[in-house]
Design a protein around this ligand. Structure first.
Ligand code: HEC
Ligand code: HEC
Length: 664
């Protein structure tokens, strides 16, 4: 062993190197305030190690980036820990860098003859920020995709070269495959190489001038080994512990695969850039433009920091005090702006809703990717694009929430609001003007039709067309319109209510409801076939007990119990709404396309007809599959029921007056 060491020593002189490294003088004794530089070298080393591990599984292309990160996160052995470490250590580096900078300025370590090293440090800081910026995009998820776009757009605001730099960085005028390969080349190649180079210089120059000691007479001089090494090691271990705990207990989130066609309202930069983001939102700053807020002001601030050694030289002690005051003020400003940004986001309902949805999409994408179908060859974007559970709510919100609601909300969990009466009034909760489709086709829905028809469809009475029709009919005109309070259907249910509620018909009602729900046949519900058969008999033959006996649904709805015809236009349905497989996917598709057909509401219809130009075949299918629960079940919770919130908003008079008649 000794022979080997000697052999090495004579050929490399490594002992001297080590000796020199460990015997660095530490005047005034080892101190905790000197540990920041070491922790930075340590976290960077951690980034290199975990970075290589991630690289071994990562594949930079628009069709494989998310997919490979999914693999790392959910299938690779310890992959989630490695990714978590890389994720949090990156943030740790930014924090440690800020502390290191503040400490250097406060201790005056930037002053002559250490200017050069101070500037090297600033270059290192830029490189680290560049690393975290480029890294954010690599998972190619919605969060990184949209947040990075904000940044590259800001970049393009640089006077003169901005647009060219942007095009160069993103590999074209838009985001695409080349954006990813270029960002990856920067993240894993160019920037780390630069970092290593500048770090070597930084450490070399640092060694030349040694530590800047605050007060050398505080304690007797020691050497780097062992006192300072111990403190440095403890600090590094503490950093590792924090990062590891975060990686294990919080993990790095992954949002849904990047999809340029899906707006992402929850986009925010990484939290340590939030202060800048908030700064740009000030009216005054906003009015002066992005170039001012995001390029000129930060440029001036960086300029002032870079000038600090010169300021201190020119103005002496006063200059140093000035620099200290500046860095304190800047830190305070950053903290205040960051807190403001967090606070405002937490109290912004729209942002919170967007966050919830982003989280939901992310979870769902991961759920589908790990499901039996895995990730399709077209890539993970299509997972959500083809998923009724994800697309249904969106299509509903876009197309249907103007009149209908879904458990009180717009399909995506928010109440529908409308502008107040005057421009100055705050927005108010809008009244639905058609049935709430949250329970459509379920037993609950069918029970309400049979036992509570008027109430069930009462939302329609909020509409302008209803009020108009009622006024006309009061004036003696004959108008064909749907009246939940008085129609053959309403009369049938209210006229028979007592008998329907009687004990002797309890089982019959149950059977009828079972039959109706089974006709809708929504996925995931099982029906009692004996009850269904009994209900079918009742619906068609009307063999009820007591006063109800002889009244069948089929006496008006003559198609009840039949299959939904493949060509509905040829059907022999009479003038009553067809109940052939009422509530099923086939019925729904036909209804949404032609609510005004004679087999549905005919002349009474008030709903929009959704032609294929309005709602493509594909989207109709997604919407209907969502309404009939025809999708892989999810552990992602559904949007919370908002019916009570809606009702209380409406009764408190914060609701809107009936809206004008919708265009057909
Ligand atoms: C302009 C308002 C309006 C819009 C928009 C609208 N509907 Fe309707 N919807 C109605 C009205 C009113 C009725 C009552 C029957 C009629 O007028 O045809 C109705 C009835 C229904 C029914 C039948 C409920 C039942 O059992 O009687 C379903 C299902 C339905 N709509 C689904 C949808 C879907 C899905 C969308 C979006 C693609 C949608 N509606 C868009 C107003 C609307
Ligand atoms: C006396 C005739 C009559 C009888 C009996 C009748 N209905 Fe109706 N039903 C109607 C009419 C008319 C409508 C259209 C609603 C309107 O004009 O208000 C309707 C509407 C409906 C609708 C909404 C259809 C749609 O397209 O959205 C359902 C569901 C329904 N009836 C179920 C039943 C069931 C179940 C029974 C038997 C328990 C029944 N009806 C008995 C006349 C009747």
């Amino acid at each position: 062993m000794i022979a080997l060491i000697n052999w090495l020593e004579t050929r490399t002189g490594f002992k001297a190197l080590i000796h020199e490294a460990f015997n660095e003088r530490v005047p005034g004794g080892a101190r905790w305030r000197y540990v920041w530089g070491s922790t930075l070298v340590f976290t960077f080393t951690l980034q290199v190690i975990t970075g290589f591990m991630l690289w071994a599984a990562y594949s930079p292309s628009t069709r494989t980036a998310w997919e490979s990160v999914y693999y790392i996160q959910h299938e690779m052995f310890l992959g989630n820990i490695i990714r978590g470490l890389h994720h949090y250590a990156a943030q740790g580096m930014v924090v440690l860098m800020a502390i290191h900078l503040i400490q250097v300025i406060i201790d005056g370590a930037y002053k002559a003859p250490r200017e050069m090293n101070f500037w090297l440090g600033i270059v290192l800081m830029m490189i680290v920020l560049g690393l975290s910026l480029t890294g954010y995009l690599l998972p190619w998820d919605q969060k990184g995709y949209y947040a990075t776009q904000v940044t590259t757009n800001i970049m393009s605001a640089t006077p003169g070269v901005g647009r060219e730099v942007q095009i160069l960085a993103q590999g074209g005028s838009d985001y695409g495959h080349l954006t990813l390969t270029r960002f990856f080349a920067m993240h894993a190649g160019i920037l780390p190489t630069l970092l290593v180079g500048f770090l070597a210089l930084h450490i070399y120059v640092f060694r030349r001038h040694g530590l800047t000691v605050h007060d050398p007479n505080r304690a007797p001089e020691t050497t780097f080994w062992p006192d300072q090494v111990l403190k440095d090691s403890v600090a590094c271990l503490a950093v590792l512990a924090v990062v590891l705990l975060l990686a294990i207990f919080r993990g790095a989130e992954m949002s849904a695969p990047a999809d340029p066609s899906v707006k992402f309202d929850a986009a925010r930069p990484e939290w340590y850039f939030l202060f800048l983001f908030r700064f740009l939102k000030f009216h005054a700053v906003d009015a002066l433009g992005v170039t001012f807020g995001a390029i000129i002001v930060p440029g001036i601030i960086m300029g002032i920091i870079a000038m600090m050694p010169i300021t201190a030289k020119v103005f002496g002690g006063f200059g140093h005090q000035l620099n200290r005051a500046f860095i304190w003020a800047l830190s305070l400003g950053v903290v205040v702006l960051t807190v403001m940004a967090f606070y405002e986001d937490a109290n912004n309902k729209d942002h919170q809703a967007a966050l919830t949805e982003a989280h939901r999409d992310g979870q769902r994408a991961i759920e589908l990717a790990s499901g039996p179908d895995k990730i399709p060859v077209e890539g993970a974007v299509s997972l959500l694009r083809k998923d009724p559970f994800t697309q249904g709510p969106r299509l509903f919100e876009q197309n249907c929430s103007g009149c209908h609601r879904y458990n009180g909300h717009d399909g995506r969990g928010s109440l529908v609001t409308e502008a107040g009466k005057t421009e100055l009034d705050p927005p108010v909760t809008g009244s639905p003007t058609a049935a709430d489709l949250g329970s459509f086709g379920s037993r609950e829905w069918m029970t309400a039709i049979v036992m509570d028809y008027s109430n069930h469809f009462a939302w329609m009475k909020n509409s302008k067309w209803f009020l108009d029709a009622q006024a006309k009919s009061a004036a003696g005109e004959t108008v064909d319109y749907i009246n939940p309070d008085s129609s053959e259907m309403a009369d049938w249910t209210s006229g028979n209510l007592e008998s329907l509620k009687s004990a002797e018909n309890a089982d019959n009602v149950k059977a009828l409801v079972e039959f109706l729900a089974a006709e809708a046949g929504h996925v995931g519900t099982t029906y009692d076939s004996a009850l269904v058969e009994k209900g079918r008999e009742l619906a068609i033959k009307g063999e009820w007990a007591g006063a109800l006996n002889g009244t069948s649904c089929a006496s008006c709805h003559d198609t009840i119990g039949q299959d939904f015809p493949s060509n509905p236009d040829d059907s022999t349905a009479g003038s009553y709404p067809t109940l052939a497989k009422y509530g099923s996917a086939a019925w729904l598709k036909d209804f949404i396309r032609h609510p005004d057909a004679a087999r549905h509401y005919g002349a009474k219809n008030q709903m929009v007809s959704y032609s294929p130009e309005k709602l493509s075949e594909e989207n109709l299918d997604l919407l209907v599959r969502w309404l009939t629960h025809d999708y892989t079940t999810s552990t992602v919770p559904d949007y919370a029921d908002q019916m009570d919130v809606l009702k209380s908003a409406l009764t408190q008079g914060t609701s809107a007056a009936p809206e004008p008649a919708p265009e057909k």
